[in-house]
Structure formats: structure tokens, C-alpha cells
Ligand binder design. Structure first.
Ligand SMILES: NC(=O)c1ccc[n+]([C@@H]2O[C@H](COP(=O)([O-])OP(=O)(O)OC[C@H]3O[C@@H](n4cnc5c(N)ncnc54)[C@H](OP(=O)(O)O)[C@@H]3O)[C@@H](O)[C@H]2O)c1
Length: 311
């Protein structure tokens, strides 16, 4: 199957690797030094838990002309990167598009693509359950197996059969979800709390583990963040995220201390531009509800003021 992976960062690179190994004809759309690395060295991935390094030869391009048609396009990038690529995707005549990653505006992006594009576009949203970071020309990838949660906005997953075929021979699991928009919105709550704390401590995870007040603030903020979504009529999904935060605060507290002490916590990438963009969206939702969320507000204000004041 002819597949484009648009975005050659941490998660896009692992996805491309899985699809190549699954026997597909994969092209990566990359830019700048990342495109040069891929052309020169191939797709180099260090698999953290599996203790192995793989190198795959892939086709690399830096453009997507309108008549370059793929069976599937996966766009794997940060939430704040999407606006720059949506017009290019709309112009291109491929029909089946999967937007992968944190997304607070799934509906807006789908409408844009479907209204602007000359070709009939089918859109699916995905979230790959892996992490990692870029290291000296290679990707350090942390994963159990390869896995992606996927869903359409109206419950059904268009082109599901094509997706299943693409991954048939790949060592990669697809989990389909019938309310992906709510899944993505729910995911933003812990992402904002966890990443805001990383930003407050300038990336020093062990400092978070030592700061009991900050850990308690993160837990209280997550609880309030879920309340915002609930007051807007969303049922937090997976539901156990909210249940665990509310019923087992002490366990979550201990888990967060242990997690931030682990070497693996240092290996998960975060982008503060993306976190700032997600905070901005969340603030818009929060402002439409009457409920009081003081710990969330405190976290958000602290983040935005540090972000705006950065040199
Ligand atoms: N990494 C993790 O540990 C992790 C874990 C869980 C979830 N996520 C989420 O998954 C999503 C993707 O994350 P990621 O870590 O894979 O991001 P990433 O490493 O920043 O990768 C995004 C890639 O897209 C490229 N890109 C952006 N705009 C482009 C454009 N206009 N044209 C061409 N290429 C463009 C970037 O190019 P450059 O190389 O030039 O920057 C980069 O290579 C995000 O929502 C993230 O929060 C990440």
C-alpha cells in the first residue's frame, strides 16, 4: 500500500518504521536537517525497552504536490504545527487522512479539510501510544508494542478496512474508539498538568518528585480539568482516568513521585509551544462553564506567564 507519513519526528518515525516492516511502500515527508538525516542515514530508531537499533531505508520527500496520491496519509505532528500543513493536505488529492497526536480542534480541522478540498476527504484521528525523543540523528523510541487509538468524529471509522490492511503484517495494534473527540479532549487534561510541571521545573524531573506541593497541585488540577469537560457534557474517556484521580489520590501521588524519579521520565519529549496552544484552547472551553477551578487556573496562569516571559 502506498502510504505517506507527514512529519518525521519521534512518533512519525516509529510509525513509518512499523509500516515499512509491515510491507508497505512508505514515503516520509520531512524538512530541513531531519530530511537530510533520513536521506543520508536511513530511518534510525533505538528501541529503548527492546534494547535494539533498527535502520530502515525509506523514501523521503519534502513536498506534497496536489497530484501525488497516496492510499493513506498519516500526519504526525504537534497540535500547533497542524495549521501550517492543513492547506497542503486540502490541496492534495489523496482521500484518506489520519491526523495523529494531541488535538483540541479535531472538528475544526475536519471541517476545514472537507470544505476546502476538491477531492472527497475522509478523516480519522489517532493517538499513538508511545513516546521518546530525538537524539543525535536518531529517534529514541519508548513503547510496549506499537499501538494507536483511532476514531472518526461521527462514531464510525471511515476506511477502517484500508487501515487494517496497512497494519496486517505490522507488529502494531489498532484500537478503534467510538468517541475519539472526547478521548482526545480527555487526554489533554493530564497532558497539560504533567507538562506544565515539567516546564515549571525547567525539565528537571527529579525536582518535580521532590516538590510535594506541586504534585498535589497537579492532582487537584487534573480533577478540576475533568470537571470542566464534564460540565461541558463530555464523559471523560477512558473513564478510569478521572476515577483514579478522584478515588485514589494518595496512590496517584506516590505514582507521580516514583515516575518522576525514573530515568524513563527524562526520555519522553514535550514541546512547550504545543502545551501553550493546548492551554489556550482549554481556557476557551473553561470560560464557557460557570464552575470554579482555582487549582487549574493557578497552573494555567503560572504556565502562561512563564511561557510569555521566556527569552
Ligand atoms: N514524543 C513523545 O514522547 C510523545 C508522547 C506522546 C504523545 N506525543 C504527541 O504526539 C504528537 C507528535 O509528537 P512528536 O514527538 O512525534 O513530535 P515531533 O518530534 O515534533 O515531530 C513532528 C514532526 O513534524 C515536522 N513538521 C512540523 N511541521 C511541519 C511542516 N510544516 N512540514 C514538514 N514537517 C513538519 C517536524 O519537523 P522538524 O523536524 O523540522 O521539527 C517534526 O519532524 C504531539 O501531539 C505530541 O504531543 C508525543
Amino acid at each position: 500500500m502506498r502510504i505517506l507519513v507527514f512529519g518525521a519526528g519521534v512518533l512519525g518515525s516509529y510509525l513509518a518504521h512499523a509500516l515499512v516492516r509491515g510491507g508497505n511502500d512508505v514515503t516520509i515527508l520531512a524538512r530541513g536537517t531531519r530530511a537530510e538525516e533520513l536521506q543520508r542515514d536511513g530511518l534510525v530508531i533505538r528501541h529503548y525497552f527492546q534494547r535494539k537499533t533498527t535502520i530502515d531505508k525509506v523514501k523521503v520527500t519534502d513536498t506534497l504536490p496536489s497530484d501525488d496520491i497516496y492510499d493513506l496519509i498519516f500526519v504526525v505532528m504537534k497540535f500547533n504545527d497542524f495549521p501550517s500543513v492543513l492547506p497542503i493536505l486540502a490541496e492534495n488529492q489523496s482521500r484518506n487522512i489520519v491526523l495523529v497526536g494531541n488535538n483540541a480542534e479535531a472538528g475544526v480541522m475536519q471541517t476545514f479539510l472537507q470544505e476546502i478540498s476538491a477531492a472527497e476527504k475522509k478523516i480519522v484521528f489517532g493517538f499513538q501510544l508511545s513516546g521518546g525523543r530525538r537524539e543525535k540523528g536518531r529517534i529514541l523510541c519508548i513503547r510496549g508494542g506499537g499501538q494507536m487509538v483511532l476514531g472518526g468524529l461521527d462514531g464510525s471509522v471511515p476506511f477502517r478496512a484500508i487501515l487494517e490492511k496497512a497494519f496486517e503484517k505490522a507488529n502494531y495494534k489498532l484500537s478503534f474508539h467510538n468517541d475519539m473527540d472526547t478521548w482526545l479532549k480527555s487526554h489533554i487534561v493530564p497532558i497539560l498538568a504533567l507538562n506544565s510541571a515539567v516546564y515549571f521545573k525547567n525539565g528537571r524531573m527529579k525536582e518535580i518528585a521532590k516538590d510535594k506541593k506541586l504534585i498535589k497541585q497537579m492532582i487537584a488540577a487534573m480533577d478540576e480539568g475533568f470537571k470542566v469537560l464534564e460540565s461541558l457534557g463530555y464523559t471523560v474517556t477512558p473513564a478510569n482516568q478521572a476515577t483514579v484521580i478522584r478515588k485514589y489520590k494518595r496512590l496517584v501521588y506516590l505514582f507521580l513521585i516514583i515516575y518522576h524519579r525514573l530515568p524513563i521520565a527524562q526520555k519522553i519529549d514535550g514541546s512547550f509551544e504545543e502545551i501553550a496552544a493546548l492551554h489556550k484552547k482549554f481556557k476557551e472551553w473553561r470560560q464557557t462553564t460557570p464552575i470554579s477551578v482555582p487549582r487549574w487556573d493557578e497552573m494555567e496562569e503560572q504556565f502562561i506567564s512563564k511561557f510569555n516571559g521566556r527569552s
